[in-house]
Design a protein around this ligand. Structure first.
Ligand SMILES: O=C(O)CCC(=O)C(=O)O
Ligand SMILES: [Fe+2]
Length: 272
């Protein structure tokens, strides 16, 4: 039998101080109910909008359960596919890095102050973009993972609905490196998974969820869904990110490591 699960808190009117105290610093997922009320994206970013305005843009889509199976299509084609597919393992448009091709979309939302990120201090040429639009049909989703470089994330659902399950970093030994499917676990193959403590929730349109760095999570879109997400590093998680960068030997990260030293003094000023 699986370990008992708990619900993710749902909050509104939270001060930044309260966020830091209850969720940010200790690292605990939470859903904000009231951060998107004034977003133009909330009313404007419909499937028709993306099809008519950006339909010719090339995007890479990946099969949900077999993400190595990827292809390029036009966004308009993907919207038609999303609206008609009944596949159980559908293609998903994830990691659409829209900000270079369609910078005007950046005007349609504001990133809530809880999620300010130090990576914005890096020069444009080396700054990871760390913001993506996700568009997917019912049954699309993301397998169990942690976010890049131990960063934290916010995710805003514009339309549709996502189901999330989260596991704290301490329970990593029960997660088989993310190979287990949390929504349909094979306990014969992954018996320790039964020990993992989860937090679950449904995220509806108009709601923003916070994923703390180092937390494993899995997501499924329960309806056709349009969402935008951003990753961040700040006082809540920089020690984890710093540690990740220090031990990582990926050559691609060398330039980034140097730039962090040069442009993000906060990383080193109160370090231990
Ligand atoms: O909505 C999804 O499919 C997954 C979102 C997520 O976990 C991510 O962007 O890292
Ligand atoms: Fe994620």
């Amino acid at each position: 039998m699986l370990h008992e699960t708990q619900n993710v808190d749902r909050v509104s009117n939270l001060s930044r101080e309260e966020f830091l105290q209850k969720y940010g610093i200790c690292g605990k997922p939470v859903i904000f109910l009231d951060l998107m009320d004034n977003w133009k994206a909330k009313t404007c970013w419909t499937p028709e909008f993306f099809k008519s305005k950006y339909g010719a843009t090339h995007v890479t889509v990946r099969k949900t359960k077999t993400p190595d199976d990827e292809r390029t299509m036009r966004l308009g084609e993907y919207i038609d596919y999303m609206e008609s597919t009944k596949e159980e393992n559908p293609y998903y448009l994830k990691y659409w890095g829209f900000s270079d091709d369609c910078p005007e979309l950046l005007e349609d939302y504001n990133i809530p102050e809880y999620f300010n990120s130090w990576h914005q201090q890096l020069p444009d040429e080396i700054r990871p973009r760390w913001s993506w639009i996700y568009i997917g049909s019912t049954n699309t989703g993301s397998g169990m993972h942690i976010d890049p470089a131990m960063s934290s994330a916010w995710n805003a659902v514009i339309s549709g609905r996502k189901r999330w399950v989260f596991y704290p970093p301490e329970d990593e030994p029960y997660l088989y490196d993310g190979k287990v499917d949390a929504f349909n676990p094979d306990l014969k193959k992954y018996p320790l998974f039964a020990e993992a403590r989860s937090l679950t929730c449904i995220q509806n349109s108009g709601e923003i969820i916070f994923t703390p760095g180092g937390w494993w999570h899995q997501v499924v879109n329960e309806e056709n869904c349009i969402a935008i997400t951003g990753n961040f590093v700040n006082e809540t998680n920089y020690k984890m990110v710093k540690n990740y960068l220090e031990v990582s030997e990926v050559p691609k990260l060398n330039q980034l490591k140097q730039a962090v030293k040069q442009y993000i003094p906060q990383f080193y000023s109160n370090s231990q």
